[in-house]
Design a protein around this ligand. Structure first.
Ligand code: ZN
Length: 57
C-alpha cells in the first residue's frame, strides 16, 4: 500500500505531514496537488510567491 503515503498539508500551520490531521493543531490536512512537481519546484513556487508579496509593499 505504498500509495497510501500521501503528502498532505495543514493550511493553518503551513506544515507538510503524511497524516490526515495535523499533528500540531489537529486540523484536517489537505492534499495540495497531485504530485506533479518535485518538492524543490514546490518550494521554488512559494519563494516566488513570497517574493512577489514582498515586492508589493
Ligand atoms: Zn496545523
Amino acid at each position: 500500500m505504498k500509495n497510501e503515503m500521501k503528502l498532505s498539508k495543514c493550511i493553518k500551520c503551513n506544515e507538510y505531514t503524511l497524516r490526515e490531521t495535523c499533528p500540531r493543531c489537529g486540523e484536517k490536512t489537505k492534499n495540495p496537488r497531485p504530485a506533479k512537481f518535485s518538492p524543490e519546484d514546490r518550494y521554488g513556487k512559494y519563494r516566488r510567491m513570497m517574493k512577489r508579496e514582498m515586492e508589493k509593499e
